[in-house]
Design a protein around this ligand. Structure first.
Ligand code: ZN
Length: 256
């Protein structure tokens, strides 16, 4: 069985003590491909280093909404230049975060629009981070014609109504740890209704740790727990769920 963790942060300082072992454990769990996310001035270089060191680690690069206020024109040019690197498979994570609100909403929106524009120019899929900003995210995806490139709604946490609009725009929905939580009624319902050919799985490690490790550090090997929960919700075998989501990820990110 092969699993694909489509969203991880293995370069995070939480892994400085044992990164090698964490990666080895992921491989043992059947995770044969991962996308590491570089989202600001510090994490883009560390993400590129991982992608250049490990065959099976790919990179997404973009500017996170939390850091939107810091994005300069040269950062956008930097991201653009990295997109021609053979291991860079998406622009992200980009989006809106109204929870932390460290950058004004208008600035976040402007930075998101610019990066969607870049993705369209370069024909790259995008990876969307959306926290408490469902309406504005969908509106901007629509206004900026993000459907021309598509991509993934990472760690999707919205309602089915929002999910439907993202699916209509050609986006994939990616689910992580929260679908393993007993009280997570909405994400489970949304996953149940999501067409299998638009489904992806992820950890977002070191965050969003699945049950039964909730509260501890997350790692890419735990995507197997996400896959097990997703298979149960979908009423299919783990093997089948793994195959489908793996193939979806290869196709969506153009990995051969
Ligand atoms: Zn992330």
């Amino acid at each position: 069985m092969q699993l694909f963790d489509t969203h991880t942060h293995l370069d995070a300082p939480q892994f400085d003590e044992d990164r090698e072992q964490v990666i080895a454990r992921a491989l043992e769990a059947g995770v044969t491909k991962m996308i590491n996310i570089g989202f600001n001035r510090e994490t883009i270089p560390t993400t590129m280093k991982l992608a250049e060191t490990y065959d099976y680690i790919y990179a997404a690069v973009g500017w996170h909404p939390v850091d939107a206020i810091d994005m300069k024109d040269r950062d956008l040019e930097w991201i653009a230049s990295l997109c021609s690197h053979p291991k860079v498979v998406a622009i992200g994570e980009i989006g809106l975060d109204y929870y932390w609100d460290t950058s004004p909403k208008e600035v976040q929106q402007e930075v998101l629009r610019k990066q969607i524009g870049l993705a369209r120019e370069l024909g790259m899929p995008i990876c969307i981070h959306n926290r408490d900003a469902h309406e504005d995210v969908v509106r901007i995806l629509r206004e900026e014609k993000a459907n021309e490139v598509g991509g993934v709604m990472h760690s999707f946490s919205g309602s089915w109504e929002t999910a439907k609009m993202c699916l209509d725009l050609g986006f994939h929905l990616s689910f992580g740890g929260p679908i393993t939580f007993k009280n997570a009624r909405v994400p489970k319902e949304v996953l149940e209704k999501t067409p299998l050919d638009r489904l992806l799985i992820e950890t977002d490690s070191p965050y969003l740790t699945p049950h039964p490790f909730r509260g501890k550090r997350n790692e890419s090997g735990y995507v197997k727990l996400v896959a097990e929960a997703a298979a149960e919700i979908k009423g299919i075998d783990l093997q089948e769920l793994a195959e489908i989501t793996y193939a979806n990820a290869l196709e969506r990110f153009g990995i051969v």
